[in-house]
Design a protein around this ligand. Structure first.
Ligand SMILES: O=P(O)(O)OC[C@H]1O[C@H](O)[C@H](O)[C@@H](O)[C@@H]1O
Ligand SMILES: [Fe+2]
Length: 185
């Protein structure tokens, strides 16, 4: 991508506390903490509501224990703002969750498009062996809220190796359901 207005990179060290297997993470961070886990190049023409931010993201393959490497994940700060992702290469899963814990996954393979509808928390997961490269686009006034995941102990499900070359979803043992709506427990 040429003409970017920003590049943002996350190293393994920046992902501390996000993976379920803390011992496996500690071991990886000890030897490869400074390695880039993912990189985002974006073009942001302005922050105006009618404008769009677009760019490319490159998530390198990896695993922490059985869990596949992922982006930190967020909900848009203006939560009704959607996003689209076009997969250029690699094999990924878009893991999406509503505040009430409803989960959805969409597989990402080259030339597939994923629509992240308004109000969905979203995280890209690389379940393959090559970098997962996506082109993304979302409204320029959307912003990102990371606390919605952090305050719940992560997303409700983990995307893990199924032991036969694929991926599967298992419940996240650290997940604490959010209190949503009136009177919900
Ligand atoms: O913001 P993160 O959860 O770290 O994910 C990294 C990036 O993922 C996507 O590509 C989004 O469109 C970016 O806006 C975001 O910054
Ligand atoms: Fe987003």
């Amino acid at each position: 991508m040429t003409g970017r207005t920003r590049r943002y990179e996350k190293r393994y060290d920046d992902l501390l506390g996000l993976f379920a297997n803390e011992a496996a993470f500690t071991e990886i961070a000890r030897t490869r903490g400074a390695e880039i886990a993912y990189r985002v190049d974006e073009f942001r023409p302005s922050d105006r509501a009618g404008d769009v931010i677009f760019g490319t993201s490159m998530l390198y393959p990896g695993r922490v224990g059985d869990e596949f490497i992922f982006t930190r994940g967020h909900i848009h700060a203006v939560s009704d703002r959607p996003e689209i992702y076009f997969c250029q290469s690699g094999h990924g899963v878009m893991l999406m969750e509503l505040a009430d814990g409803t989960i959805r996954t969409e597989e990402m393979t080259p030339n597939s498009v994923v629509y992240v509808a308004p109000h969905w928390i979203h995280r890209s997961v690389n379940v393959g062996t090559e970098p997962l490269v996506t082109l993304f686009c979302y409204p320029a006034d959307a912003g990102q809220d990371y606390d919605i995941i952090a305050s719940a102990g992560g997303m409700r499900d983990l995307i893990v190796d199924d032991g036969s070359g694929g991926w599967t979803r298992i419940p996240n043992p650290r997940y604490r359901p959010r209190v949503t709506g009136s009177g919900a427990a």
